[in-house]
Design a protein. Sequence first.
Length: 318
Amino acid sequence: MSIKIDYIPGNTLLHKAHPVTKLILSFVIFLWLFSTRNLVSVLLAFIVILIIAAYIRLPLRVMKTAFLFGLPLALLLFITQPLVYFANKTPIQSPVVPTWFPILGGAGTFYYEGLIFGLVLILRLFGILLLMPVIILTTPAVDLVIGLTQVGVPYDYAFISMMALRFLPVLSDTRERILEAQRLRALEYEKARFMTKIRRTVPLLVPLIVNAMRMGEELEVAIESRAFGRGRQRTYYRPLIYTTKQKVISLLLIIGYVLLLVYHIMYVKDPVIFPLPFEVPFFGNQIDGTPIVNFVIFLMKQLYAALDQLYAIVSTMF
């Protein structure tokens, strides 16, 4: 799975926005995702991220990579939270492990409260995985460094952050080249079993680590030859001006989040119901997330029924 993180030219408002404004936007959405456990509110934040991604025409390959990258952790959250969430009270599936399963058969109980929190965590996970490329792919690396320095981040740390982002696609491409070279030497990797994959990872890791160390040394020589870190007051070839308009937009974003936070504290009490300050067509004065949870429970029940039917068919064959 190759990771491509590079600036995509565009003419959207987000492309034209100052890096500080984009950083504040991403930080506000990040806080929105993590400052509430209401399923509907987190879903609305995720929809906002999807709208922004569609507006800047985020490539489908990036969205696919983000989804595949977060899928294993999402499945883990979906399984563990209904089991271990501290506020679990209402059982929805018992047992978790079918009774016909060896040793662990009949163990565990899924709870309603943990399922809701698991869905919230999954939305947070994919929201962050999509939010990061939305900001990075609309901002040139140099502009991102300047933006970080303008919000008070030391230039050294801003440069390190930029280089880390730049090295990700380089290391990914290097891994693909090494893997292709190993395939030419008859190394089967994708179709191998799990333990075999782990053993065959060594021929990939060793040259990858050596190549990364070589690139690090070359980068060190390059930046030292340019007297990196010698001057205290840096100048820029193309300085970015944080205009009054951009400052007003940033201030409005911060005020909007503060108002949203106060609204959550005062009115949002239920984990699946989001009260609205006014009537909205099709929803009324609140958005109820219960149908979403019930649909997930329905799919879960169908899965268990399919497993039982499959076990019955297999048992009759033997």
